[in-house]
Design a protein around this ligand. Structure first.
Ligand code: PD2
Ligand code: ZN
Length: 281
């Protein structure tokens, strides 16, 4: 086995700083006689450490692992255990994947009907106190299920875990939101702001949120898309479809700012599953 020396690490960093692509650096290493597996490992580990150090020097919180759906080789479908789910669109940064037909019509209706009796004007977690607060930016009604609260949730939660390749136990209980005409959710980040005094309390249950999986349960007549203002991208709220996005650090540099555009006509129902770093209990 060839060893990764400090000189090799320095050379890899200098190549990256000079703007060479990872592919070019790897080719140079294998041409110089490095075994491919060693070269890949050296480049990956060196650049990872280097990027973390750079981020820290800029005052950014460290990056953590996030869920990554298995779409590396651009499949049309991804295996989600009990069904295969269509991939409709992929953005590499910020990491966003739009999935088609994740839920059946019956599953969408089942979630709406189970949620209806428990809907309340939406609250958001108040990072100043760790408690919950009414939020003017979010004019919807909502409720939370417990994880595994009924059979339908068990099936859907297992499907999400398989699709995203992330432990089921790291998921929060699913939230269902109902928007009437005019209701919206102004652009925000789903992670908890590290600068707020209530955040350490919130993080005791499973650490940070690292990704969001949002499922559309019906179709508004007009409006109600999910917007990503930093990248001028909008996901249409099509029944049964879902959008996934991740954020590797609790910082705006993730470009994970997103919002629910105002519903212009009709109503909108969505279900949201937030994924934590660790087991959420
Ligand atoms: O309803 C939406 O499209 C939406 C937009 C932004 C939902 C959420 N955030 C959320 O549940 O966090
Ligand atoms: Zn959100």
């Amino acid at each position: 086995m060839q060893a990764i020396t400090p000189e090799l690490r320095e050379w890899i960093i200098s190549q990256a700083q000079a703007g060479q692509s990872v592919r070019t650096v790897l080719k140079a290493l294998t041409d110089a006689g490095w075994q491919e597996a060693v070269a890949v490992d050296a480049v990956e580990s060196t650049l990872h450490v280097h990027l973390q150090a750079q981020a820290a020097s800029l005052g950014l919180p460290p990056a953590v692992p996030v869920p990554v759906p298995a779409i590396g080789d651009s499949p049309l479908y991804v295996d989600a255990g009990d069904k295969r789910v269509a991939v409709l669109g992929v953005m590499s940064f910020p990491p966003i994947v739009v999935f088609g037909d994740f839920l059946s019509a019956a599953e969408c209706d089942g979630l709406i009907e189970a949620a209806k009796p428990q809907l309340k004007r939406s609250l958001t977690i108040d990072t100043k106190t760790g408690g919950e607060e009414m939020n003017e930016a979010r004019t919807s009604s909502g409720m939370f299920f417990r994880r595994g609260q009924n059979e339908l949730l068990e099936v859907i939660e297992a499907r999400i875990a398989k699709l995203l390749n992330w432990p089921l136990a790291n998921g929060e209980g699913m939230q269902v939101l109902h928007y009437r005409p005019g209701a919206e959710y102004k652009p925000h980040y789903d992670y908890f702001d590290p600068g707020e005094p209530g955040t350490p309390t919130i993080l005791k249950r499973g650490g940070q949120r690292v990704a969001t999986f949002l499922m559309y349960l019906n179709e508004p007549e007009k409006g109600g898309g999910t917007t990503f203002p930093d990248v001028h991208f909008e996901v249409a709220p099509k029944r049964g479809n879902a959008v996934f996005f991740s954020y590797e650090r609790p910082h705006p540099s993730t470009k994970s700012l997103h919002g629910g555009a105002p519903v212009i006509a009709g109503e909108k129902w969505i279900a949201t599953k937030w994924l934590r770093e660790r087991e959420f209990s």
